[in-house]
Design a protein around this ligand. Structure first.
Ligand code: GDP
Length: 198
């Protein structure tokens, strides 16, 4: 699919207010600052499709984008998670919306989970993997900001994450990614094509 054709469709605060649950969509999740907005912008070659620095604490929305003007093929930007300054009650509320969406969204074909290559597999990441596992949904992990490491340490980090996820082998794939260098964009596009061509 031609991801640079992605256009903003709608934002929803809860699962109930999401667009019709038909067709196919792929969601992007990650801790705040993992590089999610930058990755969506690199994929779609648009500098401001996903905003890069969100204001922590304000209402967090699920953002939907169409691909190739087709409302039945969607990219979904899930709010970042883990802003230190957000009150506990808001965190719990948001976690509920996130789990509702991940567990209940029928048209969701796969989850792209972004992790800083230097700090992979946080508690949040494990929680996302558990939600995906509960419904047998595939997850594609982007180890982001790979340009921050030299080639050797970057591939060591990749191998380490792969071996830690051995038990999930059938459902989980992992790659290095750099929005800055545009490294890994093609591999990501191919994975999304697999998921959205159904
Ligand atoms: P988000 O909170 O997950 O949406 O993260 P952002 O995309 O806003 O990125 C967080 C910070 O990491 C910003 O300062 C980005 O410039 C930086 N960043 C994102 N991707 C990369 C990358 O590929 N390489 C480097 N060096 N920095 C990046």
């Amino acid at each position: 699919l031609n991801y640079p054709t992605a256009r903003f469709m709608i934002s929803a605060p809860t699962l109930a207010l999401c667009p019709d649950d038909t067709g196919a969509e792929v969601a992007f999740a990650g801790r705040s600052n993992a590089g999610k907005s930058s990755a969506i912008n690199a994929l779609t070659q648009q500098n401001a499709l996903a905003r890069t620095s969100r204001t922590p604490g304000r209402t967090q929305l699920i953002n939907f984008f169409t691909v190739m003007n087709d409302e039945s093929r969607r990219l979904v930007d899930l709010p970042g998670y883990g802003y230190a300054k957000v009150p506990e009650a808001v965190k719990i509320e948001w976690q509920k919306h996130l789990s509702d969406y991940l567990r209940g969204r029928f048209s969701l074909r796969g989850l792209v989970l972004l992790m800083d290559v230097r700090h992979p597999l946080t508690e949040f990441d494990q929680m996302m993997l558990d939600y995906a596992d509960q419904r047998g949904m595939p997850v594609h992990i982007l180890l982001t900001k790979a340009d921050k490491l030299k080639r050797g340490p970057a591939s060591a980090a990749l191998q380490q994450v792969r071996s830690r996820l051995k038990e999930w082998e059938d459902l989980v794939s992992v790659q290095l990614f750099s929005s800055l260098k545009r490294d890994g964009v093609d591999m990501l596009s191919q994975k999304l094509d697999q998921w959205l061509h159904t």
